[in-house]
Each structure stands twice: as structure tokens, then as C-alpha cells.
Design a protein around this ligand. Structure first.
Ligand code: ADP
Length: 446
């Protein structure tokens, strides 16, 4: 059953129950208690017997008539003192009984009536009450009547609500799947809600929103890609020009008067070359990222974890001499289905970061965690503050600018890691390492 219907179920049932009680109270107030009235109808023969047969006897024969009736009737007639009868009847009925009227006790299938008010029938008859029990009253019939009324009204109301809410629920579920997919980054999905559905305008707005975001992201990617591409040629030209400048600086060396001036010129050219090479790296990284984003399919191969670890440790930049790298492999001959070049790149990005930020120790481990391969790179450096744990995976996000300037980098490494891991259906998270710094966990399905 859908949640929408369940939300309606309890309030609707409560309202119907309340309505039933209200209807009963109003009818009782206007026309008298219907349960009592019905009981009175059911006990009509006995009432008739009392009023039209026993009471019609001559004054001194009243008791004899009653005894005659007692002999033949299934109903049990008793004479009880008025005080005892007053205790038995409902408080609201006391006056009625005292005034000599018939009082029905439907729940106990009984009735009470004073023998008479002036003690004419026998000595002390004004202090006695005729108490008839075992009357043919079906008290539960009335209760059942109310229950049946309640159930019918509930059904009649709940059936259309069920239909309405199930259609609504289906539409909401479908829309919720679409928004989840959009949230997960699939901007091509669209809601196909029927135009008759009440949430159709909402679905249309979501579709429009997704289309607009998709358009913007595509435009942004295209722009980034084109700019990066276009910048490569002038960079190459600048590099070439700088080399020529360097050569001419060398050949002009003799004509420049002082050594200091010569040294200054060389340094300036070197600084320009360094800036250019940094620019070149940035452009390459951007192009790599654009390529990854455009990449629909991976070039997957079967790779055993030993080979993966070995590959990751090759071609890394040299570590500072005092750093200690500990490698643990706790997975035997497991095969992973991965794009080797990309996964190695992702792990190496983490290792390079650890090389940059570690104080002394780096731990690189690969192990199995249920049906996943858990690759962990941790260090004892400054770590990542909790507030930045999500943001560091965004492109160009760097923590402490002064720290990063010293360590280099553009803030693209981790966003590349995330993209590669997501393309493999895995996940990457950052935690606090037990050795003090950051701990990056890559989980890949085995
Ligand atoms: P960058 O190329 O600048 O290193 P990344 O995307 O790799 O870019 O990292 C983003 C930021 O996350 C870095 O600038 C750095 O501040 C922080 N960071 C990454 N790895 C670590 C680490 N192991 N310890 C501390 N901070 C880190």
C-alpha cells in the first residue's frame, strides 16, 4: 500500500468514527436514544402485557395476575424495593423511574417500573418496583448496526481515496526516480508524467530545469575544452620563442657588460619558462578532465592487484628523503576489471598528494572489504578539515592557499580521481587517518 494512502487512512477512519459518535449524540438529543428506542420496540410484548393485562386487574388481584404471568412467561418478573432499583438504573433514568414510567436497561435486557405511586395494589406497593429480566432485547444488534454503518461509510470514502492516492503515488515515485537520477548526475533523464496527472506542471518544471542544467554544463565543458585546446598553440609558440631568446641571450653574453646583468636576464627567462611549463601542465590537466567527462566507455582489462600496486609505484616523482612509504597488499590474486591507465592515474594522484603533504609516514594499502576492493592512501600530514571533505573533490578547490602555493598543484588532482572512480562504479571518500593526516579510500567493485 502506498504511503500517501496510509497517511489518509488513519485521519479518514478517525473522522468517520467521530462522525458516527456525533450523529448518534445529535439523534439522541433530538429524538431520544435510538438504542433504547429499539430495545423498547423489542420489549413491546412484555410492556403490553404489564400495561394492558397485569395493570388492568382489579386492585386486589394485581399480585395474582402477576403470578399467573410469571408461570407462563419466559421473562423473569421480580418485585424489588424501590431503593434497590434506583441503584440499578442509570443516573439519568432515576427521575423517570420515580415518576412511574418504564425504564429500559438495554444492555442487561431488563426493564424497571414502579408497581404504583400510591400503594393501592398491596401494602407497600408504592415502595416496590417490577423488575423484568431476560427480555427479548438484542442489544448488540444496535451496536452491529452502528458498526455496519461505519464500515460502509469507510469503504465508500476509502475506495476513491485509494484510487486517487495510488495514481498520485505512482507519479510521485516516478518523479522521485527522475530527480534522484538528476541528482546523481544523469541530466539526460526526463519525467514522462501524463499531462492529466496533477503533478504534471511540477514534472514539466523539473524537465525544463534538467534541460537547462544539461545545456549549461555542456556549454561549460565545450568552452573549457575549446579554450584549453586553443591555448596550446600559443603556448607552444611562446616556448619556442623563449628558447630562441635563451639562445640569443647566451650568444649575446659577451656584449652584455656585467655578469650581474647577464645573470638577471637568464633568471627572467627561466622564470618565464617555469610559468609556461606550469601553464602547459594546467592545460594538459584540463584537457584530461574534459576527456574523462566525455568518456562514455572505459578500456577495461583484467588486472591482478599485484600488478596494479607495482604499476602505481612506478614513475612517481621522487619522495622527499625523510618520508617513509609503507605498502600493504592484503588481497591474493584477485582480478579487477578496470581501465588500467585511469585507475593507476587516480591512485598516483593520491600518492603524489600524500608525498606533498605527509610529515613522515605514508601508508598505501590494498585489501578486500566484502565484495569491494579497498585502496587506501593515508599520511600523517595536516589532514583535511571536516568542512572541506566534500569540496576538495571539486575542480580547482584548494585548501590553504599559502600551503598549496608552496606545494604546487591546481586543485584538479582529486576531481580527476573522483571522476575516474565514478566511471568505474566505485566511490572515493576522505577520512581522518589513524596516523594523523588524511586518509583517502577508493572502493572499487570486484
Ligand atoms: P592539488 O593538485 O592542488 O594537490 P588536489 O585536487 O589533488 O589538488 O587536492 C585539492 C586540495 O586538497 C589540495 O590543494 C590540498 O589542499 C588538499 N589535499 C589533497 N590531498 C591532501 C592530503 N593528503 N593531505 C592534506 N591535504 C590534502
Amino acid at each position: 500500500m502506498n504511503r500517501l494512502f496510509l497517511r489518509f487512512l488513519i485521519p479518514v477512519l478517525l473522522s468517520i468514527a467521530l462522525a458516527t459518535v456525533l450523529v448518534y449524540a445529535v439523534i439522541t438529543w433530538l429524538f431520544g436514544d435510538p438504542i433504547e428506542k429499539n430495545a423498547e420496540r423489542q420489549a413491546a410484548p412484555q410492556i403490553f402485557l404489564i400495561e394492558q393485562y397485569i395493570d388492568k386487574a382489579a386492585t386486589d388481584e394485581w399480585l395474582a395476575r402477576l403470578n399467573k404471568v410469571r408461570e407462563v412467561s419466559q421473562v423473569q418478573f421480580e418485585l424489588i424495593p424501590l431503593a434497590q432499583a434506583l441503584e440499578k438504573v442509570d443516573r439519568a433514568q432515576v427521575k423517570k423511574l420515580q415518576s412511574g414510567k418504564i425504564v429500559i436497561d438495554a444492555a442487561n435486557r431488563a426493564l424497571f417500573r414502579r408497581v404504583d405511586l400510591d400503594g393501592e395494589r398491596y401494602i407497600g406497593s408504592d415502595e416496590d418496583v417490577l423488575y423484568a429480566q431476560n427480555l427479548p432485547i438484542d442489544y448488540w444488534f444496535n451496536i452491529r448496526l452502528e458498526i455496519v454503518r461505519f464500515v460502509i461509510v469507510a469503504f465508500v470514502l476509502l475506495i476513491p481515496i485509494a484510487f486517487w492516492s495510488s495514481a498520485h503515488w505512482r507519479d510521485i515515485q516516478a518523479l522521485s526516480l527522475v530527480t534522484t537520477a538528476i541528482g546523481d548526475g544523469d541530466l539526460s533523464v526526463r519525467a514522462t508524467t501524463s499531462s492529466k496527472a496533477s503533478i504534471y506542471p511540477l514534472a514539466q518544471q523539473i524537465n525544463l530545469m534538467a534541460a537547462r542544467i544539461e545545456q549549461l554544463i555542456t556549454a561549460q565543458k565545450n568552452l573549457l575544452h575549446s579554450v584549453s585546446h586553443e591555448i596550446r598553440t600559443p603556448i607552444a609558440r611562446l616556448e619556442f620563442a623563449l628558447e630562441i631568446l635563451q639562445d640569443s641571450a647566451d650568444s649575446d653574453a659577451e656584449s652584455i657588460n656585467t655578469n650581474a646583468e647577464q645573470e638577471k636576464r637568464k633568471q627572467r627567462i627561466q622564470a618565464m619558462q617555469a610559468d609556461l611549463s606550469e601553464l602547459n601542465t594546467l592545460v594538459s590537466e584540463l584537457l584530461n578532465m574534459a576527456k574523462l567527462e566525455a568518456q562514455g566507455q572505459l578500456n577495461k582489462v583484467q588486472l591482478d592487484v599485484n600488478a596494479l600496486v607495482k604499476e602505481c609505484l612506478q614513475h612517481l616523482p621522487p619522495m622527499r628523503a625523510y618520508l617513509e612509504l609503507q605498502t600493504t597488499l592484503a588481497m591474493n590474486d584477485q582480478l579487477l576489471q578496470v581501465d588500467q591507465r585511469l585507475i593507476v592515474r587516480a591512485i598516483q594522484n593520491l600518492l603524489k598528494n600524500a608525498f606533498k603533504y605527509a610529515e613522515q609516514r605514508i601508508i598505501f594499502s590494498v585489501r578486500q572489504d566484502s565484495d569491494q576492493c579497498l585502496i587506501t592512501v593515508e599520511d600523517d600530514g595536516a589532514g583535511i578539515p571536516d568542512s572541506d571533505k566534500e569540496k576538495i573533490f571539486e575542480p580547482f578547490y584548494r585548501l590553504d592557499r599559502s600551503r598549496d602555493r608552496a606545494t604546487g598543484g591546481f586543485g584538479l588532482g582529486l576531481s580527476i580521481v573522483k571522476q575516474i572512480v565514478l566511471l568505474h562504479g566505485g566511490s572515493v571518500t576522505v577520512l581522518k587517518s589513524e596516523i594523523g593526516g588524511a586518509r583517502f579510500d577508493i572502493r572499487l567493485p570486484i
